[in-house]
Design a protein around this ligand. Structure first.
Ligand code: BGC
Length: 766
């Protein structure tokens, strides 16, 4: 049996950082790239030239990022003019941005412009759904368009660098930062990450309106133990390489300008001092020659981690690991010079790190034009931008339950609708986490959109019922009950406010907070159809309301245009088409739970798992269900990854493979027929999963390897095809190299990760 070892797994010196040793004075960099274009060559020549002119102080200045959200005070002006600052965070006023760039370009000795950074995570003034919601669209093209409008809006104030996309794989919905992520799957995350990077950076990074992307947090932050933010992670190297790193590799291959180090540690080494991650994997294996920025004060935090004794040692470890730029803390500014002078860090190392920063600035075209003229950019929040935000919100909506076809509502058949709940009419809270520049005055709330949809004829009775999602009182319930009793249908807008997810906002209990569950149960008593819409930054454990509602629509935090998107789905203007990018657990104790799990030596089956209520007393241990499950939760989630209902009826059939046996050099085509047996046109996300039955290391029971969003009219059928080659089947084995092994594979096609439409093929050795 011969297996294929893939070249990019082996440790190699990348062409991009091959240095030809011409060392004169403090010039230690002459870059020669075998595979460069003339534009790259021009940039490399400029990098060498600049570094040759820079003093050590100026080089270190480039490695310093400060935060300066207000104006241009004297000390800032002087520091920029002295070349002591490479990047400024949080400037969002165009006049300030232009003034700072003018000082850098015209008053500093070498005229090196500034990187002006901002967290543009899911939109700027126009807010798109949170990234987890965007992931539910399974639509890379739409994610790219969203990032494009975010870049255009951010660029109007002089921002040229965003700290997005966040591409941490996370399998823990307690972690508040799951909201910023694309969910649990490396393949889906990789596809959407590349799309978002492309949206920000465009085809031409130097063009007006494109900004540099920064993938974060490198690496493994999403595995924070217990879902508690900033916590330790425990990720074996094999899992790191097979699950957490692939999206980063995909964006590096796609030309992302920068990466951000994670706050977390791996195997006892915090990312900001982690040479294995920053040098061996990122530079030596992947050939990245761009910019790595620390996270906020994360170099100083090497001291809190107990990894550095003081700021000086922190500076040494971070520079040695390969962090080009320090965000906010002052380890580099205050200690790098002395470390170089004492010979602990070579000038060549500093030059390499500075080169990564200069490449970013040159690639952005900042030397040619560092200034911003908003008149050259489209207006903020114009109708095109709002249309993209609306489409993204629409495609992000996941229908989780629809008993008896409760949805869509027929506006013509209703006289009164009760719209109830704390998330019905809150322009701020529908925007989600990380919306520094989001403009709530642009928001169209669900209540407003429902009113616009049904017009004057239908009476809307709006009752907030609970002041916030966390309110524990029941004082507002009587009015809500009365409204429900008089209505033909109840639309409940529930969830969690934006502040309950995001950085440092993890939860140990992910039920609907406050008295919301009780509110649902009470409203059920009115005997009217109850439609629940949940706006939240993470999966919630909704088993405790599921039977009490006729329909459940999961809307994430849908952004500026969340209201119209929700109304379109509630009233059947469009069918819901979002699919879960993350598994929904029945209860918090199941976490971590994800579809791409290992089979284990004792996999559970419907026959072998027993509920604790069914266990007899004084039972002999080995007589009952000796398989991998929880006595009180079984082994399946509430809703699997990839799941989402539609108003259409999609069926799958006729799965086939182009060959029963393929060679290592061949490509397999997997085909299946998807049909719309319903009576409305709708989008469906067709998904391809693979299982490698036997491996050098155990392989997941299923792995997503392809997906496609298709639109089908009633009665229409389409054959959807996917291609699989040896690279698509590759994984890291015991020796941490990327391999594809001959053997047997199963493939599935369907509308969710639990599809059972299966075919098989064999991959033959060469
Ligand atoms: C976060 C980063 C963010 C940075 C700058 C940190 O606290 O972890 O994701 O980009 O702040 O705002």
């Amino acid at each position: 049996m011969r297996r294929r070892r893939h070249a990019d797994s082996s440790v190699r010196k990348p062409a991009a950082v091959l240095l030809v040793g011409i060392f004169c004075m403090n010039v230690s960099l002459t870059a020669v790239r075998a595979d460069t274009t003339s534009a790259d060559e021009a940039i490399e020549a400029r990098v060498v030239e600049l570094i040759g002119q820079m003093t050590l102080r100026e080089k270190i200045g480039q490695m310093v990022q400060i935060t300066a959200p207000g104006g241009v005070p004297e000390d800032l002006r002087n520091a920029v003019a002295a070349g002591e600052i490479g990047s400024i965070l949080n400037v969002v006023d165009v006049d300030t941005a232009n003034e700072l760039q003018r000082i850098a370009a015209e008053q500093s000795r070498l005229g090196i412009p500034l990187l002006l950074a901002r967290d543009v995570i899911h939109g700027f003034n126009t807010v798109l759904p949170i990234p987890l919601g965007q992931a539910a669209t399974w639509n890379p093209e739409l994610v790219e368009r969203g990032a494009r409008i975010a870049a255009l809006e951010a660029a109007t104030v002089g921002v040229n660098w965003t700290f997005a996309p966040m591409i941490d794989i996370t399998r823990d919905p307690r972690w508040g930062r799951i909201a910023e992520s694309f969910g649990e799957d490396p393949y889906l995350t990789g596809q959407l990450a590349v799309a978002m990077v492309d949206g920000f950076q465009g085809d031409d990074l130097a063009a007006i309106g494109t900004i540099a992307a920064c993938v974060k947090h490198f690496a493994g932050y999403g595995a924070s133990e217990a879902g508690r933010d900033y916590n330790t992670t425990n990720i074996p190297e094999n899992e790191l390489r097979n699950v957490y790193l692939p999206p980063f590799k995909a964006t590096v291959d796609a030309g992302v300008v920068s990466l951000m180090a994670s706050f977390s540690d791996i195997d006892g080494v915090p990312a900001s001092g982690n040479r294995f991650l920053m040098q061996e994997v990122l530079r030596d294996e992947w050939g990245f020659d761009g910019l790595v920025v620390s996270d906020w004060v994360s170099i100083e935090q090497l001291i809190d981690h107990g990894f550095a004794a003081d700021l000086r040692e922190a500076a040494f470890k971070a520079a040695d690991a390969g962090i080009n730029m320090e965000m906010v803390s002052r380890a580099y500014a205050d200690h790098l010079a002395e470390l170089v002078q004492e010979g602990q860090i070579g000038v060549a190392r500093i030059d390499e790190l500075v080169a990564g920063i200069l490449r970013a600035k040159l690639g952005l075209g900042l030397f040619e034009n560092p200034f911003t003229d908003p008149a050259e950019l489209p207006e903020i929040a114009n109708s095109d931008h709002l249309a993209v935000a609306r489409e993204a919100a629409l495609q992000s909506l996941v229908l989780l339950r629809n008993e008896g076809g409760a949805l869509p509502l027929d506006a013509d058949a209703l006289d009164t609708i009760a719209v109830i709940g704390p998330m019905a009419d809150d322009p701020y809270e529908q925007l989600g986490t990380w919306i520094f520049d989001g403009d709530p005055s642009l928001s169209v709330t669900p209540l407003q959109a429902i009113r616009d949809m049904v017009g004057e004829r239908v009476e809307i009775r709006h009752v907030r019922a609970l002041e916030t999602t966390r309110s524990r009182g029941t004082e507002g319930f009587a009015e809500a009950m009365e409204a429900a009793a008089e209505a033909d249908a109840v639309v409940l807008l529930l969830g969690e406010e934006s502040i309950l997810s995001g950085e440092a906002h993890s939860r140990a209990n992910i039920d609907l907070p406050g008295s919301q569950v009780e509110l649902v149960h009470r409203l059920r008593e009115a005997g009217k159809p109850v439609i629940a819409v949940i706006l939240a930054g993470r999966p919630l454990t909704v088993q405790n309301i599921l039977e009490q509602v006729d329909a459940l629509l999961f809307a994430w935090h849908p952004g500026t245009m969340g209201g119209p998107a929700i109304a379109d789905v509630l009233f059947g203007v469009e069918s819901p088409s979002g699919k879960l990018p993350v598994t929904f657990p029945k209860m918090v104790g199941q976490i971590p739970i994800y579809y791409a799990q290992k089979n284990t030596g004792k996999p559970a089956t419907p026959e072998t798992w027993v509920h604790l209520d069914d266990l007899p007393v004084r039972a002999v241990q080995s007589a009952h269900g000796m398989t991998s499950h929880h006595l009180d939760a079984g082994y399946t989630p509430l809703f699997p990854f990839g799941f989402g209902l539609s108003y259409a009826q999609f069926s799958y059939s006729d799965i086939s493979v182009s060959a029963d046996v393929i060679g290592m050099e061949e490509t397999l085509t997997v085909a299946a027929v998807v049909s719309n047996d319903g009576d409305v046109a709708a989008d469906e996300v067709v998904q391809l999963y693979v299982r490698d039955l036997v491996g050098d290391v155990t392989r997941p029971v299923r792995e997503l390897k392809g997906f496609e969003r298709v639109r089908l009219n009633p009665g229409e059928s389409r054959t959807v095809t996917f291609e699989l080659d040896a690279a698509a089947l590759a994984f890291y084995g015991q020796d941490m190299t990327l391999i594809t092994e001959p053997g047997q594979f199963h493939v599935w096609v369907g509308g969710s990760s639990d599809t059972d439409l299966r075919a098989e093929f064999t991959l033959a050795g060469d």
